[in-house]
Design a protein around this ligand. Structure first.
Ligand code: FAD
Length: 458
């Protein structure tokens, strides 16, 4: 290890390598906080070429490395393991180009999502990926985890927002595939291999992103519902009515809603009574007054038809923020529920009500004191569960049963956050043996020495 580090010191600029006490705690784990460990060294390259040099050295010395972006990942994949050095993308930052005509942005992988959003906004355009960790997560990390967020229903996961990628392979080869066109059928679409691969197949260094016209109008409402089943019917109606203007549809069951509105300061309820479920409905368009009229008309019809029980339409940007604060209170609520068993799963939409009912009935029978907070990006088939009995030893049992149920309902054990280390034991619940064998074949082909994020995912 020391010979490897000494050799790199001769090649890299001084600030590109941290050792010993200079390695801050932030490099010890990702947001999941799993099994914190200081890496043997932190490598902080500032260019694609420096990354290629590092990987050639790693290859030569069979040195394992863990790739770190903004470290907001929730699967433990960016947490160092024994004998690993970290390769941090934190110095590979900056926007290289914005093409307003082609509506593309070329950006270095360590740039934060928020910086990208801001740069697009200043050009009058929109980069639609949005998630709570926007200020800290990096675009490279978003690509490596195929990040989703709140606007997937309209724009898709980040996979749908990427036109080109530059990647450095485990042997140091630079694959520059910085395509800027929507149509390009020249053989295999290589970028897809790396999107969502959680740093196991290559290091993303530059990304060409799709930008969109910025919407000039938006309408937001918090709707009260008679139950989870009603939230699915309401979604169908809203999708039919607003089509591609529907930009967010978030459902919160009373278990989640009541907890955050009563215990988190930033999240207050606009309703004077309690309901079984709630949905945040948002549309984006181009003509505020007519969009608002149609939005109000739709909600009026839904209320008259008994599809919703009540609705609070945001009348100002402050009220929009107040509605979203209820959904985003998840970050503040999580630590108050420790020891927490948090799940990020997908279930086919039509089977969701039965899944929710069965999971609640079964687990509450087994653990009568179980607190079960349920919410999610329902329009994207994505459900989040936050569960606790207050006893750490119950969590593995709860987790295992929930993933079994997920398999029985033909769902996915990870909707957004990836597999990493935390969900690795359950990968076979959502993927067939043949699929996993093909993943291993790809890993062996691209990283035969198994140095990149070893042991993550598969
Ligand atoms: P890291 O945590 O540093 O790394 C994540 C994975 O990507 C690791 O496997 C790492 O090795 C790999 N990696 C990082 N950079 C690169 C690179 N350049 N090349 C190759 N591999 C790389 N996720 C969602 O999808 N939707 C949400 O709504 C959402 N909300 C969140 C809210 C909060 C408050 C938090 C803390 C997290 C949330 N996440 C969400 C999870 C997280 O923000 C995303 O997974 C994010 O995409 C991770 O980016 P990062 O830069 O922090 O990556």
């Amino acid at each position: 290890m020391q010979a490897f580090i000494d050799k790199l010191k001769k090649t890299l600029p001084q600030k590109a390598l941290l050792e010993g006490a200079a390695i801050g705690e932030r490099y010890h784990a990702d947001w999941s906080g799993e099994a914190k460990l200081a890496p043997a060294a932190v490598l902080r390259p500032a260019s694609t070429e420096e990354i290629a040099t590092i990987l050639k050295h790693c290859q030569e010395h069979k040195q394992r490395l863990v790739v770190q972006g903004g470290l907001t990942g929730l699967s433990g994949a960016a947490t160092p393991q024994a004998e690993e050095v970290s390769l941090s993308l934190e110095r590979l930052t900056g926007i290289e180009e914005i093409d307003p005509d082609g509506m593309t942005m070329t950006v270095r992988a360590g740039t934060s999502l928020e910086t990208v959003q801001e740069a697009a906004r200043k050009t009058g355009l929109l980069f639609p990926l949005d998630l709570g960790a926007r200020g800290s997560c990096s675009i490279g990390g978003n690509v490596a985890t195929n990040a989703g967020g709140t606007q997937v229903i309209r724009y898709g996961m980040i996979r749908n927002l990427i036109l080109g990628l530059e990647v450095v392979l485990a042997d140091g080869t630079i694959i520059s595939s910085l395509n800027k066109m929507l149509k390009n059928n020249t053989g295999y679409d290589l970028k897809q291999l790396f999107i969502g691969s959680e740093g196991t197949l290559g290091i993303v260094t530059r990304v060409v992103l799709r930008l969109f016209p910025a919407p000039t109008s938006s309408c937001t409402a918090l709707c009260a519902l008679k139950g989870f089943q009603a939230s699915i019917r309401f979604l169908q109606q809203a999708s039919g009515y607003f089509s591609s203007e529907l930009s967010a549809y978030e459902v919160m069951l009373a278990s989640y809603y009541d907890y955050v509105t009563q215990s988190i300061n930033a999240a207050g309820s606009p309703f004077s009574q309690s309901f079984p479920a709630y949905a945040i409905l948002e549309i984006e368009g181009a003509e505020q007054s007519s969009d608002s009229e149609r939005f109000e008309a739709f909600l009026g019809e839904a209320l008259a038809a008994g599809l919703i029980a009540d609705a609070a339409i945001a009348q100002s940007s402050r009220e929009v923020e107040e509605i979203w604060a209820i959904r985003h209170a998840v970050s503040e609520a999580s630590p108050t529920l420790a020891p927490l068993c948090a799940l990020d799963i997908s279930i086919p939409i039509s089977r969701m009500p039965a899944f929710v009912e069965q999971s609640q009935a079964e687990l509450k029978k087994q653990f009568p004191d179980l607190r079960m907070l349920i919410f999610g990006h329902i329009g994207d088939s994505n459900l989040h569960y936050m569960m606790t009995t207050g006893r750490q030893e119950d969590n593995p049992v709860i987790e295992e049963r929930m993933y079994q149920l997920c398999r029985e309902f033909e769902g996915s054990i990870s909707a957004e956050h990836g597999i990493g280390m935390i969900k690795k034991p359950f990968l076979s619940y959502s993927r067939t043996p043949e699929e996993i064998a093909l993943m291993r074949t790809l890993k062996r082909a691209l990283d035969p020495a198994n140095i990149l994020n070893r042991g993550r995912v598969i």
